[in-house]
Design a protein around this ligand. Structure first.
Ligand SMILES: Nc1nc2c(ncn2[C@@H]2O[C@H](COP(=O)(O)OP(=O)(O)OP(=O)(O)O)[C@@H](O)[C@H]2O)c(=O)[nH]1
Length: 412
């Protein structure tokens, strides 16, 4: 919700938020309209509010939003000492001066951050008390799903129980180990790009900060917190995790189809083979006469076909199967736990489901077939399996396409 009495500013900010974040924004320009929207509008997760309204003083609008459980970012042209004092008592995430340069960019970043935080679980490790309550309340205000633990051991257990935890704020003074020791242990098996650990302490000075950082903390925050510093540091830490995640995604994912790429296939495939006990099936799929689709309908149609085939393969794969776009119009699937007959049946059904696809493109419906090479044996050498699957794929093509070439002797 955007509460702003300047219509032009509200329009500009709302347009930026909608366009750049694809968020629904309800803009109102008075206390009465804000009240109405809170009662009858969609559920809100955040309010950006000005303080100058025709029908309310600053404290009233802020109070209304707080009473509805909404975190607030104040966006204002005036922020004198009196207003600052009035606002200090309220749970306000941030205040932003309208006239400052880059305000809009900052607000877009902040709203995006607060929106994404809602999907992130954060752990606070600190003995129960007012200090922990403050840390947790701030994290909850920024949207995180907060989990609290009293001791280092309980904190480590919580991390093991929930691998999706992305952020830990740990105080130095714990009953069973100090925060540095907790950090050292929590870091094992959880690199800095997966879990952000932020140390916190009210004492110890520079040597303590250095110890936290040397033992694996991503950052350190001194207590008592400056709310603004706390927000900036926490936000930067989760920003960094997301940025690294995006880069990893770009490096391992095929941009067009969203499947893993060849590089990821080699990493994940080798890992899967190293832990596989029984025989594995490696299938290489190639769209038949794909060049013809490109030549007849254009590359956009070719791309739509690749996306549709990739989706069919992903839908057919089981959890644990390694699926990738290997390159061009070639896809790979590494599947364990199937005996020879089952493997052939599994890929035969995939072949049939792809042949049955009707791919909408403009006013037309495209159809296509794939040839599949399937090798099946106990082997840990991914290159050897790929070479054989490729050879069997070639045989399937040579035998007329839209079929499986396999080294499995299928029982009648
Ligand atoms: N649209 C589109 N085309 C691609 C992409 N990557 C590769 N291609 C095209 O895929 C075609 C592959 O053609 P060929 O290797 O001759 O094979 P084919 O026509 O599928 O014939 P067979 O495999 O023998 O059945 C080429 O025309 C490439 O330009 C892509 O990302 N998008």
């Amino acid at each position: 919700m955007l509460v702003e009495n300047s219509r032009s500013y509200a329009q500009m900010l709302a347009a930026e938020l909608r366009e750049r974040l694809q968020l629904e924004v309800v803009a109102v320009s008075s206390l009465a309209a804000a009240r109405e929207a809170l009662q009858h509008g969609p559920p809100f997760f955040l309010a950006l509010t000005g303080l100058v309204l025709p029908d309310a003083d600053p404290a009233r609008i802020a109070r209304l939003l707080v009473d509805h459980g909404l975190p607030i970012v104040v966006v204002t042209g005036v922020y004198d000492d009196a207003t600052r004092q009035q606002m200090a008592a309220l749970p306000i995430i941030d205040y932003v001066l309208k006239e400052a340069p880059d305000t809009i960019d900052y607000l877009v970043w902040l709203v995006r951050r607060l929106h994404s935080n809602r999907g992130i679980a954060a752990l606070v490790v600190e003995p129960a008390g007012p200090a922990r309550a403050e840390t947790s309340a701030l994290l909850a205000l920024y949207g995180f799903r907060v989990c609290e633990r009293d001791t280092g051991a309980a904190g480590l257990q919580a991390l093991s129980a929930d691998p999706a935890m992305r952020l830990v704020v740990v105080d130095h003074d714990l009953a069973d180990m100090d925060g540095v020791e907790f950090t050292r242990r929590a870091r094992q098996g959880r690199p800095r790009d997966i879990l952000s650990i932020v140390g916190a302490s009210s004492g110890g000075g520079a040597p303590r900060i250095a110890r936290f950082l040397k033992h694996g903390a991503n950052d350190f925050i001194a207590k008592p917190y400056s709310r603004e510093e706390f927000m900036c540091r926490i936000s930067q830490n989760v920003d960094n995790l997301e940025l690294i995640g995006t880069l990893q995604d770009l490096a391992t994912r095929d941009y067009l189809t969203g499947l893993a790429n060849r590089r990821h296939f080699f990493d994940a495939g080798r890992r899967a083979l190293a832990t596989q006990r029984g025989p594995v099936s490696l299938a290489m799929l190639d769209i038949d006469h794909f060049k013809h689709i490109n030549d007849t309908h254009g590359h956009e149609a070719g791309d739509a076909a690749l996306v549709a085939v990739a989706a069919a393969i992903a839908a057919h794969a089981r959890p644990g199967d390694v699926v990738a776009r290997f390159g061009g119009e070639e896809f790979c699937v590494l599947a364990g736990g199937l005996d020879g007959d089952a493997a052939v049946g599994f890929f035969e059904r995939l072949r049939e489901s792809i042949a049955a696809l009707r791919i909408p493109f403009r006013q037309q419906s495209l159809s296509l077939t794939v040839s599949i090479g399937v090798c099946h044996r106990h082997d840990t050498d991914l290159y050897a399996l790929l070479a054989d699957a490729d050879r069997l794929l070639y045989l399937a093509k040579a035998a007329g396409r839209n079929r499986i070439g396999t080294d499995v002797r299928v029982l009648a």
